[in-house]
Design a protein around this ligand. Structure first.
Ligand SMILES: Nc1ncnc2c1ncn2[C@@H]1O[C@H](COP(=O)(O)OP(=O)(O)OP(=O)(O)O)[C@@H](O)[C@H]1O
Ligand SMILES: [Mg+2]
Length: 214
């Protein structure tokens, strides 16, 4: 028998082009196949006012400092916390393509102080993900995929050195087990079908261990 114990939050992280959206959609479909309610979130949320400023920045239309960028990306995610609480209370499984770890990874790769970033986020009592799947992939491969997908790449995506640093900070957060109850690293440089099978096993085990399927 399948019964929802409660809602939960799974986040998918990794550099640009790692395959987060692809995997997030797959996880949502898999969870729904288990007869559970699922909803997908994606950050930056380009439909929000904060997301629109981020988009202008990424397309080189405006310049903003690293401090401003930190709070901009942060508030874009923070604005949805009440909505997330409501969904969790309604026993919905939330799968988010990027979450607060992205803000830390990107801004600290640009020299925002790491401890300061964690303190700011923690002080706001954010909803902690139950599971974070960190897709690791060499930036060169990720960028090639991104270029093939869009035909252009933005200022973050162009910057191999930045993305290498971003990846290192993800690794650090995972090793320190911060900003998520649990981290799992996935090698993103694998064929989609293989990645999906591994992910299915991860989610299956997560659902069983959390006694969501009984
Ligand atoms: N395992 C894979 N093998 C090959 N190509 C993939 C794989 N996963 C995703 N892709 C392709 O790579 C491109 C980028 O994937 P996706 O949009 O999911 O990445 P993303 O991490 O969400 O990127 P961004 O952070 O820039 O939004 C897409 O064209 C997608 O179809
Ligand atoms: Mg994406």
């Amino acid at each position: 028998m399948i019964a929802m114990k409660k809602g939960f939050l799974i986040t998918v992280e990794g550099i640009d082009g790692a395959g987060k959206r692809t995997l997030t959609s797959f996880i949502k479909k898999y969870i729904e196949s288990q007869k559970l309610n699922a909803i997908q979130f994606e950050y930056p949320d380009y439909s929000s006012i904060w997301g629109k400023i981020i988009d202008n920045y990424l397309r080189n239309k405006i310049e903003i400092t690293t401090n401003e960028q930190f709070f901009l990306y942060f508030i874009d995610i923070l604005k949805d916390q009440a909505k997330l609480i409501q969904l969790l209370n309604e026993n919905t499984c939330i799968i988010s393509d990027r979450y607060f770890s992205s803000t830390v990874a990107f801004q600290c790769a640009k020299n925002f102080n790491y401890q300061k970033a964690l303190s700011i986020i923690e002080i706001m009592d954010i909803i902690l993900p139950d599971l974070t799947i960190f897709i690791q992939i060499p930036p060169e491969i990720a960028l090639e995929r991104k270029y093939n997908q869009k035909g252009f790449i933005d200022r973050h995506e162009k910057d191999i050195e930045l993305l290498t640093n971003v990846d290192c900070i993800y690794e650090k957060m995972m090793n320190e087990n911060v900003l998520s109850k649990k981290w799992i690293k996935l090698d993103g440089n694998q064929e989609k079908g293989i990645l999906e099978n591994i992910t299915k096993e991860i989610i299956k085990e997560f659902l069983i261990n959390d006694k969501i399927i009984i």
